[in-house]
Design a protein around this ligand. Sequence first.
Ligand code: FAD
Ligand code: SF4
Length: 463
Amino acid sequence: MINKSPHKSPMPTQNQKNRVFNFNEVALGYALEEALSEAKRCLDCRHKPCITECPVEIDIPAFIRAIADQHLDKAYRIISDSSVLPAVCGRVCPQESQCEAVCVRGIKGEPVAIGHLERFVADYYFTHHAEIATPITRDKEPIAVVGSGPAGLSCAHDLVKKGYQVTLFEALHQLGGVLVYGIPEFRLPKEIVKREIHRLIDLGVKIEKNVIIGQSLFIKDLFDMGYKAVFLGTGAGLPKFMNIPGEMLNGVYSANEFLTRINLMKAYQKDAETPIFKGERVAVIGGGNVALDAARSAKRLGANHVMVIYRRSMKELPARIEEVHHAKDEQIQFHLLTHLKEIIGDENGHVKRIRLVEMTLGEPDESGRRRPIEKKDSDFFMDVDTVIMAIGTRPNPMIMQSSLELEKNAYGCLVTDPNTGETTMPMVYAGGDVVTGSATVILAMGAGRKAAKAIDEKLNPSF
Ligand code: FAD
Ligand code: SF4
């Protein structure tokens, strides 16, 4: 029977007072009863708009129906047919702007909690099944996948399932890309990422860590080694700065550096070898998931005052809604319609103050969002000891610079055929943040799947 409640079953969370003192996961996940009750809110609509809006086209009503029927293994199989990272996506995908945005239940109440249900299914499966995925027979051509973020993992998954011999090259000593060095433990435990990647290794994907393509090996070398196609999922790891006075002072971080020190190098642990400055008054510049992750991490490191400084209003703030709520619960202050103009240092070259200016919103710009305009004579100062820049990233130029056949656009992103992901260098495909400059986990995965399909059609066309 349909559950007619207009509200989602709420997600249980870690106690709000205690959680700012630890890096443990904030959202705790549904219990079976909560998942069953939520699954019964789905109408199994005829037009299924939620599937069309999912970049990897998960059969959402089918997996939800399987939960309602208590066939939880079947629910997992349905999701994992399309997604290599269900436990990750259930936790971090911006469902409110994708599948849940078009959910028919959202017309007269809250949409079905598709993300919470996806997470429930993946967690349930891994808690109850310890078995190793059976390796797939791989008798098709060797393919090199560069980068082990969501784009590379998704491309490798689809190709190995089709029988290709896939080798995944990763520059770092750990697999997962932003999932391990960017998104903090309290949103995405690293054990969850490892668990999902392990399934891919079990299927037969070969891993080469600590190899930088464009430095240790070039794309040409990969073809000389016998790979028939190359997928570039190298992301956008180069942080942007504002080019304002004071950015070189001590105490100014890019969000990338700040979060990598915490997530990958565990700088928050007492015995960690990588140091991090634990500020008292921290200003984070930007309004996306990255800014909120940095702000909430700073709070957990012990900062008393953490401010998110964003030049547009709450309506334009791009971070996931759930994270905005969590950040507010954790006493993160939002200074909206405010822009950073200058960082001022003390006599030792450390940040001591920032100069800000108030903003107002004008006509929409090319991004469709209203353009922020400075209010005249509205400058003011704030005392801070740490500034974290979270205003965006660009693709790392290393591969582009070492491979001149690759065309890049004015933003430094790779130019590809929109239908196949193929670059200007034949049999080299790309996707994820390397093409867009910034995206989401699920969009990166969608790009990886698209490229895998194009590679398969090129190498083994079906007539
Ligand atoms: P990445 O995840 O960046 O992976 C690229 C990989 O390639 C890395 O492992 C890198 O080491 C490797 N690499 C780079 N160059 C080379 C080379 N030359 N040779 C070999 N390997 C190389 N999205 C969401 O949907 N929801 C969120 O909540 C969310 N939060 C985020 C929080 C933070 C802090 C950040 C930074 C991003 C967040 N995003 C979020 C965005 C999302 O994580 C990215 O869009 C996504 O990870 C892009 O995937 P990718 O595979 O293209 O690149
Ligand atoms: Fe279920 Fe919502 Fe999808 Fe309809 S749109 S099938 S209610 S999840």
